[in-house]
Design a protein around this ligand. Structure first.
Ligand code: PEP
Ligand code: MN
Length: 376
C-alpha cells in the first residue's frame, strides 16, 4: 500500500509532554457538568491518564437515543481542564464541530468510526482544519477496510496536519464474535508495518463492548507494541447515557491499569529503526498462530470423541466446504492469495482428521472415497 504523503510526528514531538504509553480516558459522553467534573477529578486522582476524553456530539445508530449534550458540554470540559490540568479530547464529525471545539480550546480531536469511512465528511473536516496545528486521532472505519482508514489519514495529512495517530477500535463483523467489534489485529498491524512512524492507539472499550474483556484486549495491544490506550471511564456506568455496558468505574479503571504490563521500554532510536520493531510483531503473531493451532487441535480431538460416541462419520464434507468458502471469502477481503489460504486450511484439516482418527492412523486425501467412509 502506498502511504506517500503521511508524515506524522511521534508523540514526543507533539509538544504536549506526552509519553508512551499514552492513556486517554473518560466517559463515552459528556452528560452533565457534574458528571464531567467527577470524571476529571477521578482521573486526576489516579494520575495515569494524560488526556480526558468525552463525546460532545454522539453518532448514534438509531435516532431517539442520547445524541450528546452538544455545545453546552464544551464549557464543562473547559472547566474540567482548568481545574485538573488534563488535556481534553473530543470527537468531531462536521466542520461546525471542528470550529466549536477549536474555539473552546479542545486539545485533541478524534474522528469516529462512523465518520472515517465517509470521504466527504473526512474531507470537510480536513478542509476545516487546513492550516490548524491540532492533534487528530483517526479511528478505524467501522467496516474492515484498510484503504478507508489510510484514506482518512491521507486527507488530514494533505491538509497539513502532522500530529496524527490511528486508533484501533475493532470492526463490525457479520459473524458472532466474543467482542462488540472484532479486533482483527491484522489491520492495525498492516497499517503499522506499512508506516512504522505512525503512532497506534487501541480503544479496548469499543472492541470489548463489555467491561470483562477490556484488560485482556488492552494487554494484547500493548504486547503488539501499540503506543497507548483510549478507555471509557464513567463515575456511574450503570446510569451512563451511552455505552453503559463497557464503561469502567474509576476504581475498575485503576485496577485495569494496575494489571497491565507495559512490556516495551520506551523504544530507543535504534529500536525504532524499523526492522526490530517489525520482527517483534512477527514473532508475537507467529506465537499466537501456533497457540491458536494448539487450541484448535484440542477442540478437534474433543469433536472426534463426540462423533465416535454418537457413531457419526469423522469427515463431514459439507461442513468443511462451508468452512473453506468462508475462509476464502475472508482471504479475498484481506487481499491474501486464495491458493495460500486453501493450502493452509487443507493442512489444518488434514491434521484435525489425523487427531480425530484412532492413533493418528494414515489419512487418505480429503474428499477421496476412502476418506468419506472413514469412521462410519
Ligand atoms: C466513542 O469513542 O465514544 C465512539 C463513538 O467511538 P467509535 O467511533 O469508535 O464507535
Ligand atoms: Mn462510546
Amino acid at each position: 500500500m502506498d502511504f506517500k504523503g503521511i508524515e506524522p510526528l511521534p508523540f514526543s514531538a507533539w509538544g504536549l509532554g506526552l509519553k508512551r504509553p499514552l492513556v486517554i480516558a473518560g466517559p463515552c459522553s459528556a452528560e452533565s457538568q457534574a458528571q464531567v467534573m467527577e470524571s476529571a477529578r477521578a482521573l486526576k486522582a489516579d494520575g495515569r491518564a494524560n488526556v480526558m476524553r468525552a463525546g460532545v456530539w454522539k453518532p448514534r445508530t438509531r435516532p431517539g437515543s442520547f445524541e450528546g449534550a452538544g455545545d453546552a458540554a464544551l464549557s464543562w470540559l473547559q472547566d474540567a481542564k482548568r481545574e485538573t490540568g488534563l488535556l481534553i479530547a473530543t470527537e468531531v464529525a462536521t466542520p461546525e464541530h471542528v470550529q466549536a471545539a477549536l474555539k473552546a480550546g479542545i486539545d485533541m480531536l478524534w474522528i469516529g468510526a462512523r465518520t472515517t469511512p465517509n470521504p466527504f465528511s473526512v474531507q470537510a473536516i480536513a478542509d476545516a482544519l487546513h492550516g490548524v496545528d491540532v492533534p487528530v486521532l483517526v479511528k478505524n472505519p467501522i467496516n474492515p477496510d484498510l484503504h478507508l482508514w489510510v484514506g482518512a489519514l491521507e486527507r488530514l495529512s494533505r491538509a497539513g496536519l502532522k500530529r496524527l495517530a490511528a486508533v484501533h477500535r475493532g470492526f463490525s463483523w457479520f459473524e458472532r464474535t466474543p467482542y462488540r467489534n472484532s479486533p482483527m489485529w491484522e489491520f492495525p498491524i498492516r497499517l503499522k508495518a506499512a508506516h512504522p512512524g505512525l503512532e497506534l492507539l487501541c480503544d479496548p472499550s469499543h472492541i470489548a463492548g463489555s467491561t470483562e474483556r477490556i484488560g485482556q484486549v488492552a494487554q494484547q495491544a500493548l504486547d503488539l507494541g501499540f503506543s497507548g490506550l483510549m478507555i471509557e471511564v464513567h463515575p456511574n456506568p450503570a446510569n451512563a447515557r451511552s455505552d453503559a455496558d463497557q464503561q469502567l468505574t474509576p476504581e475498575a479503571f485503576g485496577q485495569t491499569l494496575d494489571g497491565l504490563i507495559f512490556r516495551q521500554a520506551v523504544p530507543t532510536d535504534a529500536m525504532r529503526d524499523g526492522l526490530e520493531e517489525l520482527r517483534d510483531l512477527i514473532d508475537q503473531l507467529d506465537e499466537e498462530i501456533v497457540q491458536k493451532l494448539g487450541t484448535r487441535m484440542d477442540i478437534a480431538e474433543r469433536i472426534g470423541d463426540h462423533k465416535r460416541l454418537h457413531n457419526v462419520a469423522i469427515l463431514q464434507p459439507e461442513r468443511w466446504e462451508r468452512i473453506m468458502k468462508r475462509q476464502l471469502r475472508m482471504a479475498r477481503h484481506l487481499g491474501l492469495s486464495e491458493d495460500f489460504v486453501r493450502e493452509f486450511m487443507d493442512a489444518i484439516h488434514r491434521e484435525s482428521i489425523r487427531r480425530q482418527t484412532f492413533e493418528g492412523a494414515e489419512v487418505t486425501p480429503v474428499g477421496s472415497k476412502e476418506s468419506l467412509s472413514k469412521g462410519t
